[in-house]
Design a protein around this ligand. Structure first.
Ligand SMILES: [Ca+2]
Length: 299
């Protein structure tokens, strides 16, 4: 079977899981990473971090394009330096002259079968969908995002609900690997300890990023949110998926960004609600961890 060509759209720099997801993609022979685009707040610094990661992993031939910092309606401070960028000592010259949105469109144009993998807020993907609707009408998107069956909004959707709504309406085949499923994939203290004892240069580098995350986040643990979207592309049997009608709550004071599965007991209404996405409903946790630990850390 041929490789699956993917483009990763990332908010690398806060949670360490983006770096782990990119590393997993680079270490997976089933995948070909056609490009990396950065999004949300300080997208320039995030691109620097992505370039540093590619440098460490010997993959600087993969284009990295800086994207949009400001969500469509939410207002954020784009000058904030993401925590994980604090150890960037070198300035990495850009290896791509395109804007992220241009790279997304160019990549789809080159090969419409390229799978878009947003693992941050959907701003870049949404603007690309607006500019090139004909490409999105036949494209596939595998996103880390949403929390299904939850009464709270998930971060990636909450940061830019309008963008998520545009992507859902784009006609693309959208698959969500949601927080309710990814949150089950937490590395144990023993697994983190074993990672800290890895000796390779790339492993040590990822370890330094993990260390920053563990010392700056209130979570205090490493959860494989974003890597799970990549692992699913490597091994589709890892997740149980279900087709459902999904809507993004746009206006709720407490629930803006909530991803609602619109199942209703009112039959008349139900007829209007077409399945517009597939969502993960279950994950093989040991297998998900094994994929990441064996490929990225040789464990
Ligand atoms: Ca992310």
């Amino acid at each position: 079977m041929g490789k699956t060509r993917i483009l990763i759209d990332t908010d690398i720099g806060d949670d360490v899981d983006d770096a782990l997801a990119i590393a997993l993609a680079l270490k997976s022979t089933e995948l070909e990473v056609a490009g990396i685009t950065t999004v949300y707040r300080n997208a320039e610094m995030r691109a620097q971090l992505a370039l540093q990661l590619l440098h460490v992993m010997g993959a600087t031939d993969i284009p990295v394009a800086t994207g949009i910092g400001q969500p469509i309606r939410n207002k954020v401070d784009s000058t904030v330096i993401p925590h994980q960028c604090r150890n960037i000592k070198t300035t990495y010259p850009p290896n791509c002259s395109l804007h992220a949105v241009e790279l997304i469109i160019a990549t789809l144009r080159e090969d419409p079968d390229t799978v878009l993998v947003p693992i941050g807020p959907f701003t870049n993907i949404a603007i690309a969908a607006k500019l090139a609707p004909e490409l999105f009408a036949r494209s596939r998107i595998v996103a880390m995002g949403g929390a299904f069956g939850a009464v709270y909004p998930e971060y990636n959707i909450m940061c830019d609900p309008e963008a998520a709504n545009i992507v859902l309406s784009s006609g693309a085949r959208v698959e969500f690997v949601g927080l309710d499923v990814t949150a089950q994939c937490v590395l144990s203290e023993n697994e983190v300890d074993r990672i800290y004892h890895c000796s390779g240069a790339a492993e040590r580098y990822l370890c330094s990023l993990m260390d920053i995350w563990l010392h700056t986040s209130i979570a205090g643990k490493v959860t494989l949110h974003d890597p799970l979207a990549i692992a699913y592309l490597v091994d589709p049997g890892l997740l149980n998926m279900r087709s459902v009608p999904v809507a993004v709550e746009m206006d709720g004071e407490m629930t803006r960004g909530l991803t609602a599965v619109l199942r209703t007991p009112f039959r008349q209404r139900q007829a209007e609600l077409e399945d517009n996405a597939r969502i993960a409903v279950d994950v093989n946790v040991p297998k998900a961890k094994e994929i990441l630990l064996s490929r990225v850390f040789n464990m």
